[in-house]
Design a protein around this ligand. Structure first.
Ligand code: ARG
Length: 567
């Protein structure tokens, strides 16, 4: 798209009084493709040219008419609309996608890091669907950033410290009836849920939990041993889920990692004159920002979530020197991050603007459908297993999978289930709440991940059935139908969609683009045969299929969605 913009801008520049770069930047995509493929609003020129924008549009039109890649130029009020020639679009985009393949739309390495803090479950509790959302959004952002030449550092800021551990330890000491090597995360959850219930309003029990956490903080050997084991069994579960999702982190530096840095952090805040005493506690006052004070240390000396986050941010800024730190965490923590970022910016003004809270809304499973509940917690593994089972049934019922080799159906069912759940999340604007419904998300014809996976697999199957490999090039004038052009226009748009998704930290841009591309492919393929066409047409259409397949595959990978070859 950029190259067409540049070429139009160069043709207009001598008659506009503005440099070509400015004009190129002003060219936009019309809201409706029937108006044209690119539009230039002439308002900006009215001042320099001292004419009405409508008159300018009419005049500039004559200078744009000679361009060989433009099929039609129309004036609509103050807008100049350009319709690109299908052949020019094909010539531009198909060889490029072919040449660049999985690198299409990528940028060269910039040598700059971005820390992405994501997933970050609270362990000693099972992995919840809320953390799944952070995991998927975070992973998609990491993949987008990599594609765009950044060096992302994925960090899992495990919630592996805090009073919840005191509760599990106290509960385990009270009722634990399993040897330590037989403890798993579901067992720990039972202990936690029971303790939570029985200790409500029970002062001695609450004190017992605090007591255990104090022991842990003081380095008591038994507390430490329990913590180690509880942490390890919880992590085991999380790691199994990450392996299924194909997610990897560079670092598992959770809250406990910062224990021996907290006193330095507090000293640093004090030295900067930021700490004030409030009812025996140490706080940073944020009154001027209309926010409650940021609590750093309680009167009994205990530190808090915020203290550990401050230490973590300082550590990351100083050891990785990133351009930005993204925190992929639900919207309920908005105030926590506002406070955190303000304190950091007061501490180091040079860090201003480098911290971003990538917030998101709730993700709920459709009520009463298929979640296994224990103590009101939805186990992520059960959710995934359930999805796999349903995917398999749907595929059997639709007699899909005829194309599969023996033993492949289990693998594909897993891939489709992941496609459903990941896309079901990422296709929604992250700030919105999402209600997840397996039946809808697995609909092969709906606006779903499986629909995109299926389109991609269908293309792979067409290419397999073609007697010869996809030709290097073809007679592009054969791709003249509106359906072919629409698909190619979308291919052209892909790089800017990925850039926009990364800039807004919204993988939903890429997800929705893939839907559009898959739909455009469907419209083309319904009307225009590929393998049965005469050779010149077939070759050109095969190239188009190949390019759409490449971009669908690349886009799915940027979202962290598996790409089955056959379905
Ligand atoms: N463990 C926290 C929770 O589940 C999320 C941590 C997010 N990251 C951070 N640096 N605070 O609520």
């Amino acid at each position: 798209m950029q190259s067409f913009k540049n070429r139009i801008a160069e043709a207009l520049a001598p008659h506009s009084g503005l440099p070509a770069e400015k004009l190129a930047a002003a060219l936009e995509t019309p809201p409706d493709a029937t108006m044209g493929d690119l539009a230039f609003p002439c308002f900006a020129l009215a001042k320099t040219l001292r004419k009405a924008p409508q008159a300018i549009a009419a005049e500039l039109a004559s200078h744009a008419r000679g361009l060989d890649f433009v099929e039609e130029v129309t004036v609509a009020g103050a807008y100049l609309n350009f319709r690109l020639a299908a052949k020019a679009v094909a010539t531009e985009v198909l060889p490029r996608v072919r040449r660049e393949g999985a690198r299409y739309g990528s940028r060269p390495a910039r040598g700059e890091r971005i820390v992405v803090d994501y997933s970050s479950p609270n362990i000693a509790k099972p992995f919840s669907i809320g953390h799944l959302r952070s995991t998927m959004v975070g992973h998609a952002l990491v993949e987008h950033l990599k594609h765009l030449g950044w060096d992302p550092i994925g960090i899992n800021h495990l919630g592996d410290w805090g009073t919840q551990f005191g509760m599990v330890m106290a509960g385990f000491k009270l009722w634990g009836d399993r040897p330590l090597d037989k403890v798993d995360v579901r067992y720990l959850l039972d202990v936690y849920v029971r303790f939570n219930k029985e200790s409500k309003g029970d002062k001695p029990m609450e004190e017992l939990a605090r007591e255990w956490f104090r022991k842990l903080e003081a380095g008591d050997a038994e507390a430490r041993q329990l913590w180690d084991i509880f942490r390890e069994v919880s992590l085991e579960e999380a790691r199994r889920i990450y392996a299924r999702l194909g997610v990897e982190f560079q670092h598992y530096t959770g809250e406990s990692f910062y224990n021996d840095r907290l006193s330095d952090t507090i000293a640093r805040l004090r030295k900067a004159g930021l700490l004030v005493e409030s009812q025996g506690a140490q706080v940073v006052d944020l009154e001027a920002h209309k926010l409650p004070p940021c609590l750093i240390q309680k009167s009994d000396g205990a530190t808090l979530y915020a203290t550990r986050d401050l230490s973590a941010a300082i550590y990351r800024m100083e050891s990785y020197r990133p351009a930005r730190i993204l925190y992929v965490v639900g919207a309920p923590q908005k105030m926590h991050f506002q406070q955190l970022f303000l304190v950091l910016e007061k501490l180091e003004p040079a860090w201003s603007g480098r911290f971003v809270h990538v917030d998101f809304g709730h993700y709920r499973l459709a009520e009463g459908k298929m979640a296994t509940r224990t103590g009101n917690v939805v186990f992520m593994e059960d959710v995934l297993d359930r999805g796999v089972e349903m995917a398999r049934k749907i595929m059997e019922a639709a007699e899909r999978g005829g194309d599969l080799e023996a033993g492949q159906d289990a693998v594909v069912a897993e891939q489709v289930a992941l496609g459903a759940i990941i896309f079901g999340d990422l296709s929604n604007d992250r700030v919105k709440d999402v209600v997840f419904d397996w039946e809808k998300a697995l609909d092969f014809k709906g606006d779903t991940g499986p629909y995109i996976q299926y389109t991609r697999a269908r293309i792979a199957s067409i290419l397999r059935k073609a007697a010869a490999p996809v030709p290097e090039t073809a007679d592009w004038s054969q791709l003249a139908s509106p359906e072919e052009k629409a698909a190619m226009m979308l291919l052209l748009k892909f790089p800017q969609v990925v850039e926009a998704a990364a800039a807004a930290n919204k993988p939903s841009f890429t997800a929705n683009y893939l839907l559009e591309l898959a739909r455009a492919f469907g419209r083309f393929y319904n009307l225009h045969p590929v393998l049965k066409s005469e050779p010149a047409v077939r070759d050109a259409r095969l190239c188009l299929c190949d390019a759409v397949g490449t971009v669908l595959e690349l886009g799915l990978k940027l979202l962290g969605i598996p790409v089955p070859e056959r379905m």
